[in-house]
Design a protein around this ligand. Structure first.
Ligand SMILES: Cc1cc2nc3c(=O)[nH]c(=O)nc-3n(C[C@H](O)[C@H](O)[C@H](O)COP(=O)(O)OP(=O)(O)OC[C@H]3O[C@@H](n4cnc5c(N)ncnc54)[C@H](O)[C@@H]3O)c2cc1C
Length: 467
Protein backbone atom coordinates (compact mmCIF):
# COMPACT_ATOMS: atom_id res chain seq x y z
CA UNK A 1 0.00 0.00 0.00
CA UNK A 2 1.60 3.24 -1.10
CA UNK A 3 0.47 6.68 0.07
CA UNK A 4 1.44 9.94 -1.64
CA UNK A 5 1.52 13.06 0.52
CA UNK A 6 1.66 16.24 -1.54
CA UNK A 7 3.11 19.23 0.36
CA UNK A 8 5.76 19.20 3.06
CA UNK A 9 4.51 22.00 5.33
CA UNK A 10 3.53 21.15 8.91
CA UNK A 11 0.22 19.63 7.67
CA UNK A 12 1.88 17.17 5.27
CA UNK A 13 4.68 16.46 7.74
CA UNK A 14 2.12 15.58 10.42
CA UNK A 15 0.45 13.15 8.01
CA UNK A 16 3.81 11.59 7.12
CA UNK A 17 4.75 11.19 10.79
CA UNK A 18 1.49 9.35 11.57
CA UNK A 19 1.97 7.01 8.61
CA UNK A 20 5.60 6.44 9.56
CA UNK A 21 4.46 5.39 13.07
CA UNK A 22 1.79 3.08 11.60
CA UNK A 23 4.46 1.31 9.56
CA UNK A 24 5.72 -0.43 12.69
CA UNK A 25 2.54 -2.55 12.61
CA UNK A 26 2.11 -2.64 8.80
CA UNK A 27 5.38 -3.43 7.04
CA UNK A 28 3.68 -3.22 3.62
CA UNK A 29 2.73 0.40 4.18
CA UNK A 30 4.83 2.83 2.15
CA UNK A 31 4.62 6.59 1.76
CA UNK A 32 6.32 9.33 -0.15
CA UNK A 33 6.28 13.00 0.82
CA UNK A 34 6.43 15.20 -2.30
CA UNK A 35 7.49 18.80 -1.67
CA UNK A 36 8.13 21.27 -4.45
CA UNK A 37 10.61 23.41 -2.53
CA UNK A 38 14.15 22.32 -1.61
CA UNK A 39 13.25 22.55 2.08
CA UNK A 40 10.49 21.15 4.28
CA UNK A 41 8.33 23.21 6.64
CA UNK A 42 6.35 25.47 4.28
CA UNK A 43 5.50 28.64 6.21
CA UNK A 44 7.58 27.52 9.20
CA UNK A 45 11.12 28.78 8.94
CA UNK A 46 13.48 29.76 11.78
CA UNK A 47 17.04 30.97 11.41
CA UNK A 48 19.87 32.31 13.58
CA UNK A 49 21.20 35.77 12.81
CA UNK A 50 23.68 37.53 15.08
CA UNK A 51 22.93 34.93 17.83
CA UNK A 52 19.23 35.88 17.63
CA UNK A 53 16.45 33.45 16.79
CA UNK A 54 14.51 34.89 13.85
CA UNK A 55 11.15 33.38 12.94
CA UNK A 56 10.30 34.04 9.32
CA UNK A 57 6.76 32.65 9.63
CA UNK A 58 4.83 31.60 12.75
CA UNK A 59 6.63 32.45 15.99
CA UNK A 60 4.42 30.40 18.33
CA UNK A 61 1.15 28.54 18.70
CA UNK A 62 -1.81 28.75 21.05
CA UNK A 63 -1.12 26.55 24.06
CA UNK A 64 -4.80 25.69 24.63
CA UNK A 65 -4.91 23.87 21.26
CA UNK A 66 -3.11 20.77 22.44
CA UNK A 67 -2.18 19.02 19.18
CA UNK A 68 1.06 21.01 18.88
CA UNK A 69 2.22 20.41 22.46
CA UNK A 70 1.35 16.70 22.13
CA UNK A 71 3.30 16.49 18.87
CA UNK A 72 6.30 18.13 20.56
CA UNK A 73 6.08 15.58 23.40
CA UNK A 74 5.89 12.77 20.82
CA UNK A 75 9.03 14.15 19.18
CA UNK A 76 10.90 14.24 22.51
CA UNK A 77 10.79 18.05 22.50
CA UNK A 78 8.62 18.57 25.61
CA UNK A 79 11.51 20.11 27.53
CA UNK A 80 12.24 22.48 24.61
CA UNK A 81 8.81 24.12 24.94
CA UNK A 82 8.86 27.73 26.11
CA UNK A 83 5.85 29.77 27.20
CA UNK A 84 5.20 33.42 26.38
CA UNK A 85 6.14 35.91 29.12
CA UNK A 86 2.49 36.61 29.94
CA UNK A 87 3.28 38.49 33.13
CA UNK A 88 4.62 41.33 30.96
CA UNK A 89 1.98 40.89 28.28
CA UNK A 90 0.65 44.21 27.13
CA UNK A 91 -0.51 45.00 23.63
CA UNK A 92 -1.13 48.44 22.21
CA UNK A 93 -3.30 49.80 19.43
CA UNK A 94 -1.92 52.70 17.41
CA UNK A 95 -4.42 55.54 17.50
CA UNK A 96 -3.58 58.92 15.93
CA UNK A 97 0.07 57.84 16.15
CA UNK A 98 -0.17 57.18 19.92
CA UNK A 99 0.13 53.73 21.45
CA UNK A 100 -2.93 52.97 23.60
CA UNK A 101 -2.85 49.80 25.72
CA UNK A 102 -5.68 47.34 25.12
CA UNK A 103 -7.99 47.70 28.09
CA UNK A 104 -7.97 44.91 30.67
CA UNK A 105 -10.86 42.44 30.43
CA UNK A 106 -11.24 42.33 26.66
CA UNK A 107 -12.00 38.77 25.59
CA UNK A 108 -12.34 37.93 21.91
CA UNK A 109 -12.98 41.64 21.29
CA UNK A 110 -15.72 41.68 23.93
CA UNK A 111 -15.42 43.98 26.97
CA UNK A 112 -16.02 42.14 30.26
CA UNK A 113 -14.74 44.72 32.79
CA UNK A 114 -16.52 47.98 33.39
CA UNK A 115 -13.81 50.30 34.73
CA UNK A 116 -11.00 49.56 32.25
CA UNK A 117 -13.52 49.93 29.41
CA UNK A 118 -14.86 53.19 30.81
CA UNK A 119 -11.40 54.66 31.35
CA UNK A 120 -9.59 53.62 28.16
CA UNK A 121 -8.77 56.41 25.69
CA UNK A 122 -9.11 53.82 22.92
CA UNK A 123 -12.85 54.49 22.45
CA UNK A 124 -14.98 57.63 22.39
CA UNK A 125 -17.68 58.19 25.05
CA UNK A 126 -20.34 57.47 22.45
CA UNK A 127 -18.83 54.01 21.88
CA UNK A 128 -18.42 53.40 25.62
CA UNK A 129 -22.10 54.16 26.22
CA UNK A 130 -22.97 51.82 23.36
CA UNK A 131 -20.79 49.12 24.97
CA UNK A 132 -22.73 49.54 28.22
CA UNK A 133 -26.08 49.36 26.44
CA UNK A 134 -24.91 46.20 24.70
CA UNK A 135 -25.73 44.36 27.93
CA UNK A 136 -29.40 44.84 26.98
CA UNK A 137 -29.02 43.36 23.49
CA UNK A 138 -31.86 40.83 23.02
CA UNK A 139 -31.15 37.23 21.93
CA UNK A 140 -31.13 36.80 18.16
CA UNK A 141 -31.76 33.49 16.39
CA UNK A 142 -28.83 32.36 14.26
CA UNK A 143 -29.36 33.70 10.76
CA UNK A 144 -27.33 33.75 7.56
CA UNK A 145 -23.57 33.98 7.99
CA UNK A 146 -22.19 37.52 8.22
CA UNK A 147 -18.77 39.12 8.44
CA UNK A 148 -16.95 39.67 11.73
CA UNK A 149 -17.21 43.42 11.03
CA UNK A 150 -21.01 43.20 10.75
CA UNK A 151 -21.36 41.18 13.98
CA UNK A 152 -19.10 43.48 16.00
CA UNK A 153 -20.62 46.62 14.49
CA UNK A 154 -24.16 45.50 15.39
CA UNK A 155 -23.10 45.06 19.01
CA UNK A 156 -20.49 47.71 19.68
CA UNK A 157 -20.38 50.08 16.70
CA UNK A 158 -18.00 50.95 13.87
CA UNK A 159 -15.26 52.33 16.12
CA UNK A 160 -14.75 48.93 17.75
CA UNK A 161 -14.46 47.34 14.30
CA UNK A 162 -11.91 49.93 13.19
CA UNK A 163 -9.85 50.13 16.39
CA UNK A 164 -10.10 46.56 17.67
CA UNK A 165 -11.60 43.82 15.47
CA UNK A 166 -9.89 44.75 12.23
CA UNK A 167 -6.40 45.34 13.67
CA UNK A 168 -6.60 42.10 15.67
CA UNK A 169 -7.59 40.07 12.61
CA UNK A 170 -5.24 41.76 10.17
CA UNK A 171 -2.32 41.92 12.59
CA UNK A 172 -2.57 38.26 13.51
CA UNK A 173 -3.90 36.56 10.38
CA UNK A 174 -3.49 39.15 7.64
CA UNK A 175 -7.30 39.06 7.42
CA UNK A 176 -10.03 41.60 6.78
CA UNK A 177 -12.89 41.85 9.31
CA UNK A 178 -15.27 42.88 6.51
CA UNK A 179 -14.58 39.60 4.68
CA UNK A 180 -14.04 37.00 7.42
CA UNK A 181 -16.97 34.81 8.44
CA UNK A 182 -18.28 35.44 11.97
CA UNK A 183 -19.69 31.93 12.15
CA UNK A 184 -16.30 30.37 11.35
CA UNK A 185 -13.84 32.76 12.99
CA UNK A 186 -15.88 33.64 16.09
CA UNK A 187 -18.35 30.76 16.49
CA UNK A 188 -18.57 31.23 20.27
CA UNK A 189 -19.76 34.81 19.85
CA UNK A 190 -22.44 33.77 17.35
CA UNK A 191 -23.69 31.13 19.81
CA UNK A 192 -23.63 33.64 22.67
CA UNK A 193 -25.70 36.08 20.65
CA UNK A 194 -28.30 33.41 20.04
CA UNK A 195 -28.44 32.42 23.70
CA UNK A 196 -27.85 35.65 25.62
CA UNK A 197 -28.23 38.45 23.11
CA UNK A 198 -25.44 40.47 24.73
CA UNK A 199 -21.93 39.21 23.97
CA UNK A 200 -20.58 40.76 27.18
CA UNK A 201 -23.20 38.92 29.25
CA UNK A 202 -22.54 35.72 27.28
CA UNK A 203 -18.80 35.95 27.92
CA UNK A 204 -19.29 36.58 31.65
CA UNK A 205 -21.74 33.65 31.86
CA UNK A 206 -19.24 31.40 30.09
CA UNK A 207 -16.55 32.30 32.62
CA UNK A 208 -18.75 31.78 35.63
CA UNK A 209 -19.95 28.40 34.30
CA UNK A 210 -16.34 27.43 33.57
CA UNK A 211 -17.04 26.63 29.91
CA UNK A 212 -14.71 29.46 28.91
CA UNK A 213 -11.44 29.32 30.83
CA UNK A 214 -10.54 32.70 32.25
CA UNK A 215 -6.92 33.46 31.37
CA UNK A 216 -6.32 35.22 34.67
CA UNK A 217 -6.47 33.58 38.09
CA UNK A 218 -5.99 35.98 41.00
CA UNK A 219 -4.31 38.35 38.60
CA UNK A 220 -1.72 35.71 37.67
CA UNK A 221 -1.69 33.88 34.34
CA UNK A 222 -2.57 30.20 34.74
CA UNK A 223 -0.43 29.02 31.86
CA UNK A 224 1.19 30.77 28.96
CA UNK A 225 -1.22 31.75 26.25
CA UNK A 226 1.37 31.06 23.53
CA UNK A 227 4.03 28.39 23.33
CA UNK A 228 7.07 28.01 21.14
CA UNK A 229 10.27 26.00 21.11
CA UNK A 230 13.68 27.00 22.45
CA UNK A 231 15.25 26.52 19.05
CA UNK A 232 12.28 28.00 17.19
CA UNK A 233 9.27 26.53 15.41
CA UNK A 234 11.68 24.87 12.99
CA UNK A 235 12.47 22.32 15.72
CA UNK A 236 9.07 20.75 15.05
CA UNK A 237 9.84 20.44 11.34
CA UNK A 238 13.35 19.09 11.96
CA UNK A 239 12.02 16.75 14.68
CA UNK A 240 9.51 15.16 12.30
CA UNK A 241 11.98 15.03 9.44
CA UNK A 242 14.48 13.15 11.65
CA UNK A 243 11.84 10.47 12.31
CA UNK A 244 10.80 9.96 8.71
CA UNK A 245 12.41 7.44 6.41
CA UNK A 246 14.84 9.57 4.33
CA UNK A 247 14.00 7.43 1.27
CA UNK A 248 10.36 8.59 1.60
CA UNK A 249 11.13 12.31 1.33
CA UNK A 250 11.36 13.92 -2.10
CA UNK A 251 12.20 17.62 -2.05
CA UNK A 252 12.25 19.89 -5.13
CA UNK A 253 9.52 17.69 -6.58
CA UNK A 254 6.41 19.20 -8.14
CA UNK A 255 3.06 17.44 -8.43
CA UNK A 256 1.07 18.98 -11.29
CA UNK A 257 -2.03 16.76 -11.60
CA UNK A 258 -3.98 14.12 -9.70
CA UNK A 259 -6.38 11.69 -11.43
CA UNK A 260 -8.16 8.47 -10.68
CA UNK A 261 -6.97 5.64 -12.96
CA UNK A 262 -8.79 2.32 -12.41
CA UNK A 263 -8.31 1.48 -8.68
CA UNK A 264 -5.32 3.78 -8.25
CA UNK A 265 -4.40 7.42 -7.97
CA UNK A 266 -2.20 8.74 -10.73
CA UNK A 267 -0.04 11.72 -9.84
CA UNK A 268 1.99 13.62 -12.38
CA UNK A 269 5.27 14.03 -10.48
CA UNK A 270 7.90 16.22 -12.12
CA UNK A 271 6.10 15.56 -15.41
CA UNK A 272 6.03 11.75 -15.00
CA UNK A 273 2.84 9.79 -14.13
CA UNK A 274 3.14 7.63 -10.99
CA UNK A 275 0.56 5.35 -9.35
CA UNK A 276 -0.40 5.30 -5.66
CA UNK A 277 -3.10 3.60 -3.57
CA UNK A 278 -3.96 6.70 -1.56
CA UNK A 279 -3.24 10.40 -1.62
CA UNK A 280 -3.22 13.21 0.93
CA UNK A 281 -3.18 16.70 -0.56
CA UNK A 282 -1.55 18.99 2.00
CA UNK A 283 -0.86 21.99 -0.23
CA UNK A 284 -2.60 25.37 0.09
CA UNK A 285 -6.24 25.03 -1.10
CA UNK A 286 -5.63 27.02 -4.29
CA UNK A 287 -2.92 24.52 -5.28
CA UNK A 288 -5.13 21.57 -4.25
CA UNK A 289 -7.92 23.04 -6.41
CA UNK A 290 -5.80 23.06 -9.52
CA UNK A 291 -4.44 19.54 -8.81
CA UNK A 292 -7.94 18.09 -8.36
CA UNK A 293 -9.86 20.12 -11.00
CA UNK A 294 -9.60 17.34 -13.59
CA UNK A 295 -10.99 14.79 -11.13
CA UNK A 296 -13.96 16.87 -9.93
CA UNK A 297 -14.35 20.32 -11.50
CA UNK A 298 -16.71 21.62 -8.77
CA UNK A 299 -14.26 20.50 -6.05
CA UNK A 300 -11.53 22.31 -7.97
CA UNK A 301 -13.64 25.49 -8.02
CA UNK A 302 -14.59 25.30 -4.34
CA UNK A 303 -10.97 24.80 -3.28
CA UNK A 304 -9.74 27.50 -5.63
CA UNK A 305 -12.35 29.95 -4.31
CA UNK A 306 -10.97 29.91 -0.75
CA UNK A 307 -9.21 33.28 -0.57
CA UNK A 308 -5.61 33.51 0.64
CA UNK A 309 -3.67 36.54 1.80
CA UNK A 310 0.03 37.27 1.36
CA UNK A 311 2.24 38.80 4.00
CA UNK A 312 5.73 39.95 4.84
CA UNK A 313 7.63 39.75 8.10
CA UNK A 314 10.56 42.08 8.66
CA UNK A 315 12.72 41.35 11.68
CA UNK A 316 15.10 44.07 12.79
CA UNK A 317 17.78 43.55 15.43
CA UNK A 318 19.01 46.52 17.48
CA UNK A 319 21.55 47.07 20.20
CA UNK A 320 19.81 47.63 23.55
CA UNK A 321 20.54 51.38 23.54
CA UNK A 322 18.71 51.72 20.23
CA UNK A 323 15.50 50.48 21.84
CA UNK A 324 15.58 52.75 24.89
CA UNK A 325 12.28 54.36 23.85
CA UNK A 326 10.42 51.02 23.56
CA UNK A 327 7.38 50.91 25.88
CA UNK A 328 6.79 47.85 28.09
CA UNK A 329 4.80 44.95 26.62
CA UNK A 330 4.73 42.62 23.61
CA UNK A 331 3.96 44.96 20.73
CA UNK A 332 1.24 46.87 18.91
CA UNK A 333 -1.42 46.55 16.23
CA UNK A 334 -2.16 49.17 13.58
CA UNK A 335 -5.72 49.97 12.42
CA UNK A 336 -6.16 50.58 8.68
CA UNK A 337 -7.32 54.14 9.45
CA UNK A 338 -3.74 54.97 10.56
CA UNK A 339 -2.69 54.56 6.91
CA UNK A 340 0.58 52.78 7.70
CA UNK A 341 2.26 49.90 5.85
CA UNK A 342 2.74 48.03 9.09
CA UNK A 343 -0.13 45.89 10.38
CA UNK A 344 1.57 44.89 13.62
CA UNK A 345 4.89 44.92 15.43
CA UNK A 346 6.08 42.40 18.02
CA UNK A 347 8.79 43.14 20.58
CA UNK A 348 10.28 39.68 20.08
CA UNK A 349 12.87 39.69 22.88
CA UNK A 350 10.07 40.47 25.37
CA UNK A 351 7.55 37.87 24.16
CA UNK A 352 9.65 34.73 24.69
CA UNK A 353 12.79 34.10 26.75
CA UNK A 354 16.01 33.30 24.93
CA UNK A 355 15.20 34.84 21.54
CA UNK A 356 18.09 37.32 21.66
CA UNK A 357 21.29 37.45 23.72
CA UNK A 358 21.79 40.07 26.42
CA UNK A 359 22.16 43.53 24.90
CA UNK A 360 20.17 42.87 21.71
CA UNK A 361 16.49 43.46 21.06
CA UNK A 362 14.39 42.47 18.05
CA UNK A 363 11.29 43.98 16.50
CA UNK A 364 9.23 41.90 14.08
CA UNK A 365 6.96 43.89 11.80
CA UNK A 366 4.10 42.32 9.90
CA UNK A 367 3.02 43.83 6.55
CA UNK A 368 0.81 43.03 3.58
CA UNK A 369 -2.32 41.09 4.48
CA UNK A 370 -5.63 41.03 2.67
CA UNK A 371 -5.57 44.75 1.84
CA UNK A 372 -1.97 45.52 0.94
CA UNK A 373 -0.49 42.58 -0.93
CA UNK A 374 1.08 44.94 -3.53
CA UNK A 375 3.84 45.55 -0.96
CA UNK A 376 5.20 42.08 -1.74
CA UNK A 377 6.59 43.50 -4.99
CA UNK A 378 8.70 46.11 -3.20
CA UNK A 379 12.41 45.37 -2.86
CA UNK A 380 13.89 44.47 0.53
CA UNK A 381 15.49 47.91 0.68
CA UNK A 382 12.20 49.69 -0.02
CA UNK A 383 10.47 47.64 2.65
CA UNK A 384 13.25 48.29 5.15
CA UNK A 385 13.12 52.04 4.65
CA UNK A 386 9.32 52.12 4.92
CA UNK A 387 9.37 50.15 8.15
CA UNK A 388 12.23 52.09 9.68
CA UNK A 389 10.50 55.38 8.88
CA UNK A 390 7.33 54.12 10.59
CA UNK A 391 9.25 52.83 13.62
CA UNK A 392 10.86 56.25 13.94
CA UNK A 393 7.45 57.97 13.80
CA UNK A 394 5.71 55.58 16.16
CA UNK A 395 8.43 54.54 18.61
CA UNK A 396 11.08 57.21 18.08
CA UNK A 397 13.67 54.60 17.04
CA UNK A 398 16.49 56.16 15.03
CA UNK A 399 19.36 53.73 15.77
CA UNK A 400 21.10 51.81 12.98
CA UNK A 401 19.95 48.17 13.07
CA UNK A 402 22.42 45.34 13.63
CA UNK A 403 20.52 43.30 11.03
CA UNK A 404 17.33 43.35 8.97
CA UNK A 405 15.72 40.22 7.57
CA UNK A 406 12.74 40.18 5.20
CA UNK A 407 10.55 37.08 4.62
CA UNK A 408 7.76 37.09 2.04
CA UNK A 409 4.82 34.69 2.24
CA UNK A 410 2.77 34.63 -0.96
CA UNK A 411 -0.79 33.33 -0.71
CA UNK A 412 0.12 31.50 2.49
CA UNK A 413 -2.75 32.31 4.87
CA UNK A 414 -6.27 31.11 4.13
CA UNK A 415 -9.10 33.54 4.82
CA UNK A 416 -12.31 32.02 6.13
CA UNK A 417 -14.68 34.28 4.23
CA UNK A 418 -18.44 34.59 4.77
CA UNK A 419 -20.02 31.31 3.56
CA UNK A 420 -16.93 29.23 4.46
CA UNK A 421 -18.98 26.56 6.22
CA UNK A 422 -21.27 25.95 3.24
CA UNK A 423 -18.23 25.67 0.98
CA UNK A 424 -16.56 23.31 3.46
CA UNK A 425 -19.64 21.07 3.53
CA UNK A 426 -19.44 20.74 -0.28
CA UNK A 427 -15.68 20.08 -0.12
CA UNK A 428 -16.02 17.43 2.61
CA UNK A 429 -18.80 15.66 0.67
CA UNK A 430 -16.86 15.76 -2.60
CA UNK A 431 -13.70 14.35 -0.96
CA UNK A 432 -15.71 11.63 0.83
CA UNK A 433 -16.99 10.42 -2.56
CA UNK A 434 -13.39 9.62 -3.58
CA UNK A 435 -11.78 6.48 -2.17
CA UNK A 436 -8.55 7.02 -0.23
CA UNK A 437 -8.28 10.75 -0.80
CA UNK A 438 -7.84 13.25 2.06
CA UNK A 439 -7.05 16.94 2.39
CA UNK A 440 -5.00 18.66 5.06
CA UNK A 441 -3.95 22.27 5.53
CA UNK A 442 -4.82 25.67 6.91
CA UNK A 443 -7.81 26.33 4.61
CA UNK A 444 -10.30 24.00 6.22
CA UNK A 445 -10.82 23.74 9.94
CA UNK A 446 -8.41 26.24 11.48
CA UNK A 447 -5.49 28.32 10.32
CA UNK A 448 -2.99 28.00 13.18
CA UNK A 449 -0.14 25.51 13.43
CA UNK A 450 -2.04 23.24 15.92
CA UNK A 451 -5.04 23.11 13.54
CA UNK A 452 -2.75 22.17 10.65
CA UNK A 453 -1.17 19.40 12.74
CA UNK A 454 -4.65 18.10 13.57
CA UNK A 455 -5.81 18.11 9.93
CA UNK A 456 -2.61 16.30 8.94
CA UNK A 457 -3.10 13.66 11.62
CA UNK A 458 -6.78 13.24 10.75
CA UNK A 459 -5.96 12.85 7.06
CA UNK A 460 -3.50 10.06 7.96
CA UNK A 461 -6.14 8.37 10.16
CA UNK A 462 -8.71 8.51 7.31
CA UNK A 463 -6.28 6.89 4.89
CA UNK A 464 -5.10 4.24 7.38
CA UNK A 465 -8.70 3.30 8.20
CA UNK A 466 -9.44 2.80 4.51
CA UNK A 467 -6.84 0.04 4.01
C1 LIG B 1 3.90 35.07 8.32
C2 LIG B 1 3.06 34.03 8.99
C3 LIG B 1 2.91 34.05 10.36
C4 LIG B 1 2.13 33.08 10.99
N1 LIG B 1 2.05 33.10 12.35
C5 LIG B 1 1.43 32.09 12.99
C6 LIG B 1 1.56 31.95 14.40
O1 LIG B 1 2.24 32.72 15.06
N2 LIG B 1 0.92 30.90 14.98
C7 LIG B 1 0.21 29.98 14.27
O2 LIG B 1 -0.35 29.03 14.86
N3 LIG B 1 0.11 30.06 12.92
C8 LIG B 1 0.71 31.08 12.26
N4 LIG B 1 0.66 31.15 10.90
C9 LIG B 1 -0.13 30.17 10.17
C10 LIG B 1 0.61 28.83 10.03
O3 LIG B 1 1.98 29.04 10.01
C11 LIG B 1 0.20 28.14 8.72
O4 LIG B 1 -1.20 28.07 8.64
C12 LIG B 1 0.79 26.74 8.62
O5 LIG B 1 2.18 26.72 8.84
C13 LIG B 1 0.44 26.16 7.25
O6 LIG B 1 0.97 24.86 7.13
P1 LIG B 1 0.58 23.93 5.89
O7 LIG B 1 1.44 22.76 5.92
O8 LIG B 1 -0.90 23.71 5.88
O9 LIG B 1 0.84 24.83 4.61
P2 LIG B 1 2.27 25.40 4.01
O10 LIG B 1 3.14 25.71 5.16
O11 LIG B 1 1.83 26.45 3.10
O12 LIG B 1 2.82 24.13 3.26
C14 LIG B 1 2.31 23.70 2.05
C15 LIG B 1 3.45 23.08 1.26
O13 LIG B 1 2.95 22.56 0.02
C16 LIG B 1 3.95 22.73 -0.96
N5 LIG B 1 3.32 22.64 -2.27
C17 LIG B 1 2.40 23.47 -2.81
N6 LIG B 1 2.05 23.06 -4.04
C18 LIG B 1 2.76 21.92 -4.29
C19 LIG B 1 2.82 21.03 -5.40
N7 LIG B 1 2.08 21.23 -6.49
N8 LIG B 1 3.67 19.97 -5.34
C20 LIG B 1 4.44 19.76 -4.22
N9 LIG B 1 4.41 20.59 -3.14
C21 LIG B 1 3.58 21.65 -3.17
C22 LIG B 1 4.51 24.12 -0.63
O14 LIG B 1 5.79 24.31 -1.20
C23 LIG B 1 4.53 24.10 0.89
O15 LIG B 1 5.77 23.67 1.41
C24 LIG B 1 1.45 32.10 10.23
C25 LIG B 1 1.60 32.07 8.83
C26 LIG B 1 2.40 33.01 8.22
C27 LIG B 1 2.59 32.96 6.72
Amino acid sequence: MKVAIVGGGISGLSTAFEIQKARAASPYLEYVLLEQSPRLGGSIFSERIDECLVEGGPDSFMTEKTSATKLCADLGLADHLVGSNDASRKTYILLKNRLIALPDGLMFMVPTKLMPTALTPLFSWKTKIRMGLELLHPPRPMQRDESVAELIQRHFGAEVVDRLADPLLSGIYGGDAAVLSARTVLPKLVEMEEKYGSLSRGMLAAYSSGSQPHPQTNGKPRRSVFSSLRGGMQEMVDGIEARLDPASIRRSTVVSRIDRVAESWQLVVDGEPQLFDAVVVATPAWAAGSLLAGLDPQLGIDLGDIPYSSSITITIGYGEAGLASLPEGFGFLVPASEKRSMLACTFVHRKFPGRAPEGIGMLRCFLGGARNSALLNDSDQQLESRVRAELKDILGITAEPRFVRVHRWRRAMAQYAVGHQERMTRIIQAVARQPRLALAGNAYLGIGVPDCIRTGQEAAATILRSF
